[in-house]
Design a protein around this ligand. Structure first.
Ligand code: BMA
Length: 334
């Protein structure tokens, strides 16, 4: 176990956990032996459950889950778990109450992230409004949900809110895109005094050169909410390679400056996890590992990352924040 570098994060003694394999570990992340933890058909009408967000809640865990139904409509459902591994999900999508009467409806919702900021849980997702954009809402109890104004105009995906204000402002990462299966994508930082009006946009990271770090050479996008450490914000992000057979989604990690998070101070050259297991290689979209949440034990630095597998099921992987930051520093692509 490495030194704990996590800051401003509560202890989570009941974090899902399995010790690392004793031998043969190249990357500082290892998969749960019981993966996948969420099957595709956990709700009566789900075709697939993946790219989902989990947080500590009361004595256990709660979450917001991407469930595509058997009509292949994309939506998000609430769920609860005692141990973070066995889940009960609502049969029906979340019904949001609008915080303003003229708030537009959503054509679809997908790829949620959840983060606690100040007094409530915020949900950030890819929202259908004349194409994909960043939708936002909140809850206090994972039973009643409120929808806010969209944080961005179309087209944008992979919106991720920081867990605290930075320089007095709320802070958001997002990935401007297009209407389709976008073939480009950089991570951008924006700030807001009120979670409605966003500005002071700053470029954070671009895809890498194919020759240098192929797994992240087509596009990249922020994953779970950034984790505060003594070395900077630890950001898991997905990266995409264009192979002769289509996109391949792996993920890695970067370190962002604590007070000026648009300054990337390190990012991995090799991936941390790539599609290699049968449930990552085969499914509705083959070769996808896509992280959307990370549980953190503030007392030990243990992490449990939730990631979508082949756009079909959900898996988890474990690691220590300190080991991952060491890996970034010794395998730095910058
Ligand atoms: C992206 C999003 C993700 C999905 C990925 C791979 O554009 O739609 O939800 O996991 O493609 O299909």
């Amino acid at each position: 176990m490495s030194q704990n570098i996590v800051r401003n994060c509560n202890p989570l003694p009941n974090i899902p956990w399995e010790d690392p394999p004793l031998e043969g570990r190249k990357e500082p992340l290892w998969r749960y032996s019981g993966n996948p933890v969420i099957p595709r058909d956990l709700t009566p009408r789900s075709n697939s459950i993946f790219n989902s967000a989990v947080v500590p809640y009361k004595e256990g865990f709660a979450g917001v889950f991407r469930c595509d139904d058997t009509a292949r409509r994309m939506n998000i459902h609430a769920g609860f778990s005692g141990d973070g591994i066995h889940w009960t999900l609502g049969d029906d999508p979340i019904v949001f109450k609008k915080t303003a009467p003229d708030l537009p409806d959503s054509d679809y919702k997908y790829d949620p992230r959840v983060v606690f900021v100040e007094d409530r849980w915020y949900i950030i997702w890819c929202n259908g409004y004349h194409g994909p954009c960043i939708g936002m809402g909140y809850t206090f109890d994972f039973k009643e949900f409120f929808q806010m104004e969209n944080a961005t105009m179309p087209f944008n995906r992979n919106g991720v809110l920081f867990p605290r204000r930075i320089g007095g402002k709320y802070a958001l990462l997002s990935r401007p895109s297009d209407t389709g299966h976008t073939r480009f994508g950089d991570i951008i930082y924006s700030e807001s005094p009120d979670l409605t009006y966003w500005g002071r946009h700053r470029h954070v990271m671009a895809p890498a050169a194919f020759e240098d770090s192929g797994w992240q050479s087509t596009k990249i996008g922020a994953g779970p909410a950034p984790i505060e450490t003594s070395e900077g914000w630890l950001l898991f992000y997905h990266g995409v390679l264009t192979s002769c057979n289509g996109f391949v989604y792996s993920f890695g990690a970067a370190l962002l400056d604590l007070e000026r998070p648009w300054k990337c101070v390190g990012r991995v050259k090799p991936y941390l996890l790539s599609p290699q297991k049968p449930y990552e290689l085969a499914g509705d979209v083959p070769n996808v590992t896509f992280p959307c949440a990370a549980l953190v034990d503030g007392a030990t630095g243990r992490l449990c990352v939730y990631y979508g597998c082949a756009d079909t099921v959900t898996g988890i992987a474990f690691g220590y924040a300190g080991e991952i930051v060491d890996f970034i520093k010794t395998n730095n692509a910058l």
